[in-house]
Ligand binder design. Structure first.
Ligand SMILES: Nc1ncnc2c1ncn2[C@@H]1O[C@H](COP(=O)(O)OP(=O)(O)OP(=O)(O)O)[C@@H](O)[C@H]1O
Length: 621
C-alpha cells in the first residue's frame, strides 16, 4: 500500500485532471475500479480513461492488479481504435470499396492492413481539408491484400502515406511513422493521429473557435485578450509558483480551458502527450485551486498531503463548482449531481466560461478565494448585482456630469463673450480717457502759464505793510499811523514836525491794520506758493526794526495753535499739500535752508557745530 500510495501521489496531477474531464461527475473514485468493460466516454457507468490513474477515496484500500491494468489498457486501446474506425467510415463514402477493408471493430492487424496503403487516410484528409493532398494514388485492385503486410504497390504505399504524413505534420496534428503500420509498429499512434484529425475536423465544423494547436502539450492561443478578471489576479497575487505566467489574462485562461474542454470532449489524446497537456493544465489551474482550498480549510492542516486528500479536495472543488454553475443558471445541472454526464458538465462549464469571457461573471474567481463556500457564492452573486447597480448609477452620474459640463461650458462661453465685450468697452473708454487726460494736461499747462502771468501782472515784487498794535503794558499814546487807505496807502504822522512835513503817505501793495489776522495776512501771499511748484522762484521775507512783529508775522506767536501760525508754516503746509495732490505725475524735491543775516554776517542756523558752514537739509517726497 505505501508504494501504491507513492505512485498515486506522483501521478496525482494526471488523476485529478482526468477525473475532471474523463468521468461522470462525482463517480470517479467510487466506480472506476469496478469497471473493466469497454464503453464510450459518455457512459454513465464507466470511466475508462481515468481508471489507470485512479486513486482511492477516504477509507478505501484498492489494490490494482497488474493483469487487470494491462487488460484495461488493451480494452481502452481497442475502444479508441473502434472510435477512429467509426469516424473514418463515417467520413468515407459508405459505398466506397475501401470501406469494405475496414471492419467496424478491427483487430490491430486488420486496422494496420486497411490503412497501410494510405488511400483511406488520404481520402479522409481531403474531406477534412479539401485539396490537402492534390494527388491520391488510387489502387485499382483492392479486393485482396496479402496477409504479410506487403503493400499492393510500393509507389502507392510510399506516395500516399508520405503525402498524408507531410500534410498532417504541417497541420500540427499528431503524427506517426509509416512503420507504425507495419508488423511490430505502434498502431496506437495511428489511432491517436486519426482521433486528433477527427477532433480537428469537428473543431473546424463547429466554427473553428480560437487557434488549433497541438504539439506535445495543448497550447491554444486565445483570441480574447482584452479584459482581465480576478482569476488572473488570484494567480498572480497568491501564487508562489513562478511557472505561472502572470501576463496571461483571466479571459485567456478561460479561453484555454474552454478550448481544452472542447478538445477533450472530442478526442482522447495520446497518453504521453495527454499527460503533458494535463500536467500543463493542472499546473496552471489545479495547483492554484488546490492551494487556495487547502489554505482556506484549516481542517487539513495536520493531514498528510497524499493522493486521497488531494482527490477528496478536488472532488469537493468540482462539487462546489457545480453548485456555482447551478446557481449561475445552468438548469441542466440541477438535481442529483452524481448523475450529471461528462458532456453535460462540459457544456455547463463551456457556457459559464463563455459568460465569463463576455464579462458577465467573475464568480469562479470568488469561488477560488472563498474555497467554494456556497454562502459566499451567493454573497458574490449579490455583489455582482450591486456592482451592476453601482455601474449603472455611476454611468448615470457620468451622464449628468456630462450634461452639467456642457451647461457650464456654454455659460463659460457666454461669460467669456460678455467679458470680451466689456474689455472692448473699457479699451474704448480708456482711449477716451487718454485723449481727455492729454487735453487736460494741455489745459493745465495753459492754466499754469496764465496763472503765473496773473501773478506777474500783480507784481513780481510785492511789499506789504503790517501795523503792530500796542503791546500789553505799553503806554497807549498817540499812534503815528494817522490813516490807512483801502488802496495800500498809509499816512504816518510825525508830531515833531509841523506843516506839510508833519504827515507823509506811503504806498504798499496792501497795508494790514492792527486787527488783521494771521490768515488774512497769508491769503495774499498764498497764490505765490503754487508758483513755486510750477517752477517759479518766490521769496518772502519780513523787514523791520526790532520788536516790530517780523517773527510774529512769519512764524506766529504760538505754533501749537494752527490758527496762530504765521506765513512760513502756512506756506509750507500748502506746499506739501499741493505736491501731494500732484504726486501721480510730478515728483518734487524740497530742501530747507535756514540762515541768519545779522550785522552783515550770514550764519547757517542748521549747522550744529557752531561754525558758519552752510548745511542745507534736503527732504525728498
Ligand atoms: N500784530 C501783532 N499783534 C499782537 N502782538 C504783536 C504783533 N506783532 C508783534 N507783536 C508782539 O510784539 C512783540 C515783538 O514782536 P516780534 O518779536 O515779532 O518783533 P521782532 O520784529 O521779531 O523783534 P526782533 O527784531 O527783535 O526779533 C512780541 O511780543 C509780539 O508778540
Amino acid at each position: 500500500m505505501p508504494s501504491q500510495e507513492k505512485k498515486n501521489t506522483l501521478d496525482s496531477s494526471l488523476s485529478l485532471s482526468k477525473s475532471l474531464m474523463g468521468a461522470p461527475l462525482g463517480t470517479v473514485a467510487q466506480k472506476s475500479h469496478n469497471d473493466s468493460n469497454i464503453k464510450g466516454p459518455n457512459s454513465s457507468s464507466s470511466s475508462s480513461s481515468s481508471s489507470q490513474y485512479h486513486c482511492s477515496s477516504f477509507g478505501d484500500k484498492d489494490i490494482i492488479d497488474d493483469y487487470e491494468l494491462a487488460q484495461r489498457k488493451a480494452a481502452e486501446a481497442a475502444w479508441r481504435r473502434y472510435q477512429a474506425v467509426e469516424w473514418l467510415q463515417k467520413m468515407m463514402d459508405q459505398g466506397a470499396s475501401e470501406s469494405y477493408l475496414l471492419p467496424k471493430q478491427p483487430t490491430e492487424e486488420e486496422f494496420s492492413l486497411a490503412l497501410r496503403n494510405g488511400l483511406i487516410l488520404c481520402n479522409v484528409l481531403n474531406k477534412v481539408n479539401p485539396g490537402a493532398i492534390s494527388k491520391v494514388v488510387e489502387n485499382p485492385i483492392l479486393t485482396i491484400q496479402s496477409a504479410d503486410g506487403a503493400a499492393q504497390s510500393a509507389i502507392q504505399y510510399f506516395e500516399n502515406m508520405r503525402n498524408f504524413l507531410v500534410v498532417v505534420g504541417n497541420m500540427k496534428l499528431l503524427t506517426f511513422e509509416a512503420s507504425d503500420l507495419e508488423k511490430g509498429g505502434s498502431s496506437a499512434k495511428v489511432v491517436d493521429c486519426i482521433l486528433c484529425l477527427k477532433g480537428y475536423h469537428e473543431w473546424k465544423e463547429a466554427g473553428g473557435i480560437g487557434v488549433w494547436r497541438y504539439g506535445g502539450t495543448v497550447k491554444i492561443t486565445s483570441l480574447q485578450k482584452e479584459s482581465s478578471s480576478s482569476l488572473s489576479l488570484i494567480c498572480s497575487s497568491e501564487s508562489t509558483d513562478e511557472s505561472i505566467d502572470d501576463s496571461v489574462s483571466s479571459n485567456e485562461y478561460d479561453q484555454q480551458i474552454l478550448e481544452f474542454l472542447h478538445l477533450s470532449s472530442d478526442i482522447l489524446l495520446e497518453e504521453s502527450k495527454a499527460a503533458d497537456a494535463l500536467t500543463f493544465l493542472f499546473d496552471r489551474f489545479g495547483l492554484e485551486l488546490l492551494r487556495t482550498y487547502l489554505t482556506d480549510r484549516n481542517g487539513f492542516d495536520q493531514t498528510p498531503l497524499n493522493t486521497m486528500l488531494i482527490d477528496a479536495v478536488l472532488r469537493k472543488v468540482v462539487h462546489d463548482f457545480t453548485r456555482l454553475l447551478t446557481l449561475h443558471g445552468n438548469q441542466s445541472l440541477k438535481g442529483d449531481l452524481d448523475s450529471v454526464s461528462k458532456a453535460e458538465f462540459i457544456k455547463a462549464i463551456s457556457k459559464y466560461l463563455k459568460q465569463r469571457i463576455r464579462g458577465d461573471s467573475n464568480d469562479f474567481s470568488k469561488l477560488c478565494i472563498c474555497g467554494g463556500k456556497s454562502g459566499e457564492i451567493q454573497v458574490t452573486s449579490c455583489h455582482n448585482g450591486n456592482y451592476l447597480e453601482r455601474l449603472d448609477h455611476q454611468q448615470k452620474l457620468i451622464e449628468e456630469l456630462k450634461s452639467a459640463f456642457q451647461v457650464s461650458s456654454a455659460d463659460s462661453k457666454q461669460v467669456i463673450s460678455n467679458w470680451e465685450g466689456e474689455v472692448k468697452r473699457l479699451e474704448h473708454h480708456i482711449q477716451g480717457l487718454e485723449v481727455t487726460s492729454s487735453s487736460y494736461h494741455k489745459v493745465l499747462e495753459e492754466n499754469r502759464l496764465l496763472y503765473n502771468q496773473v501773478q506777474d501782472l500783480k507784481g513780481s515784487i510785492r511789499v506789504y505793510c503790517r501795523v503792530r498794535p500796542f503791546l500789553p503794558g505799553q503806554v497807549s499814546g498817540q499812534s503815528t499811523v494817522d490813516y490807512i487807505g483801502e488802496n495800500g496807502n498809509i499816512m504816518i504822522m510825525n508830531p515833531h514836525k509841523q506843516g506839510k512835513d508833519a504827515r507823509r503817505v506811503f504806498s504798499f501793495n496792501t497795508v494790514f491794520g492792527t486787527n488783521v489776522t494771521q490768515e488774512e495776512v497769508f491769503a495774499d501771499t498764498q497764490p505765490l506758493i503754487r508758483s513755486v511748484l510750477d517752477g517759479f522762484n518766490v521769496c518772502i521775507f519780513a523787514y523791520g526794526q526790532t520788536g516790530s512783529g517780523k517773527t510774529y508775522t512769519m512764524s506766529g506767536p504760538d505754533i501749537s495753535t494752527e490758527g496762530r501760525w504765521g506765513v512760513n508754516y502756512r506756506a509750507l503746509r500748502d506746499l506739501f499739500e499741493i505736491s501731494k495732490s500732484r504726486i501721480d505725475f510730478v515728483s518734487y524735491e524740497v530742501s530747507v535752508q535756514m540762515i541768519e543775516i545779522y550785522n552783515e554776517q550770514v550764519r547757517d542756523l542748521l549747522v550744529t557745530d557752531g561754525s558758519n558752514k552752510r548745511y542745507p537739509q534736503v527732504l525728498s517726497f
